[in-house]
Structures are given as C-alpha cells and as structure tokens.
Design a protein around this ligand. Structure first.
Ligand SMILES: [Zn+2]
Length: 167
C-alpha cells in the first residue's frame, strides 16, 4: 500500500541516510524528522558502507579517518558535534533539510506511517483521552505501533527545534 507521504517523498526524492554505530541516536532523530535512515548494529562498518553505496545513501559518521580505514562511501557526511541533538541540527543545516514531513515515519522500522483505518479498533493500544480528543492516529505497517501528536511529540519537537506539525 502506498501512502500519501510515499508519493510526496518520491516526488522530491529527499536524501536517504546510513548511520554508523556512533550516530544511531542522530539516526533516530532524522527518522523522527521523516527521513529514511538505515542502521544495523550487527553489521560491520564496511558492510554498512557497501549497503549505503548500493542504495545511494549519505553515510553519517563521527569517524574522521573513516575513508582511510574503509572503502570510501560515495556520499559521506562527517558529523562534527558530539551531542545527538546538536548533530541533528548540524545535519539539517549542512544539507538544508526541510522538516515538514516530521512524524511521518516509524522510528523503529523506518517505514512511512499510514492513517489508522478505524480508531475504535485501537482502543487497547491508545489512551482513552487520545481517542476522546479525536487526535489523528497513524499506524506503522511494520510493527503496528500507533502514533499521535500528543505532548511527547511536542516536547521532542521543541528539543530538536522542529516546527510543531499540523494535523
Ligand atoms: Zn514500526
């Protein structure tokens, strides 16, 4: 099933990323901002680079000597800041990323979220007050997690310096 966000994403083909083992928290934040980010703790760095090159992804790392130690990623961004929130802001600035698709992707599965078909069927997975307030619900086609724009979203948004998403 192709969601609306899929179509928008392919139209503008936003950059996709690979996060190495040092910048996985940054990877989570980029997923929160709607970006496709691949990581896998079980793969070794040269395997991550090979996958990144195959998929045309930008390889994110804090290893300054990466390209001396491993085959060179076709697209590489060295992430200077140490703190993950600062790293996120750095990448957004460096690549002039837009954050209008924030909260359109599952942070766990990296899949675009879909509109939840029938909120009533999610009663066991969503707090009653969220249903009562009729907040729009989105669901991950991979893990089935349900997302809504509650206070936790607003806090994350503030921390990362994103715009508050519209419903
Ligand atoms: Zn998921």
């Amino acid at each position: 099933m192709i969601s609306a966000s899929d179509r928008i994403h392919s139209e503008f083909s936003p950059p996709r990323f690979t996060a190495d083992h040092m910048v996985i928290r940054l990877g989570r934040y980029l997923r929160l901002a709607g970006y496709d980010v691949f990581w896998n703790r079980r793969l070794r760095t040269h395997e991550l680079i090979a996958l990144s090159n195959r998929d045309g992804r930008i390889f994110l790392t804090r290893n300054r000597r990466l390209s001396q130690e491993y085959p060179r990623p076709h697209h590489l961004l060295y992430v200077a800041p140490e703190h993950p929130v600062e790293q996120f802001r750095f990448v957004v600035r460096q690549l002039r990323l837009t954050t209008e698709y924030a909260f359109s992707r599952c942070v766990w599965c990296n899949l675009p979220l879909e509109a939840a078909p029938d909120p009533e069927q999610l009663r066991d997975r969503v707090p009653a007050d969220v249903l009562d307030r009729k907040l729009p619900l989105q669901i991950c086609p991979g893990c089935g997690r349900v997302y809504w724009k509650g206070s936790h979203v607003k806090n994350t948004v503030r921390r990362l310096g994103l715009l508050i998403p519209e419903d």
